[in-house]
Design a binder for this molecule. Structure first.
Ligand code: AMP
Length: 118
């Protein structure tokens, strides 16, 4: 499996501030934010795309959702954020290591599918 920048970040090989971390995932600020709050929840396990997740990843995927909610609350956007997973090139994915985007701090009600992401 080819490595990605997120593999290097989760392993600590590229110094990056972790807003949150545990044994399963890290949370960082997006380098090219599409909203005033834009953070990424990245599992340490390098699953390339959501469709590559296996039944054994079920607990991990649930954990990522719980972390997303907790981090959104911690960042003060718990009442108004959008959670996004881009899957595959055609879905706008550019880094092939599964990650969740939290976007908040701008109008999230205009255009239910408009994310501001690629
Ligand atoms: P996606 O298009 O869903 O694959 O999202 C990849 C995201 O990773 C984009 O929003 C990028 O801005 C972000 N990104 C790429 N490299 C870095 C990095 N070194 N640190 C933080 N965010 C990054």
């Amino acid at each position: 499996m080819s490595d990605t920048i997120f593999g290097k970040i989760t392993r600590g090989e590229i110094p990056t501030e972790f807003l949150y971390e545990d044994d399963q995932c890290v949370v960082i600020r997006d380098i090219n934010p599409q909203a005033p709050t834009h953070v990424l929840i990245i599992p340490r396990k390098p699953i390339p795309r959501l469709v590559d997740a296996a039944p054994e990843d079920q607990v991990l995927l649930g954990h990522l959702l719980v972390v997303a909610g907790n981090v959104a609350e911690k960042l003060g956007v718990g009442d108004a954020f959008r959670l996004i997973i881009n899957n595959g090139e055609g879905g706008g994915q550019t880094v092939f290591h599964l990650h969740l985007h939290i976007l908040a701090g701008r109008d999230m009600t205009e255009g239910q599918l408009a994310t501001g992401l690629n």
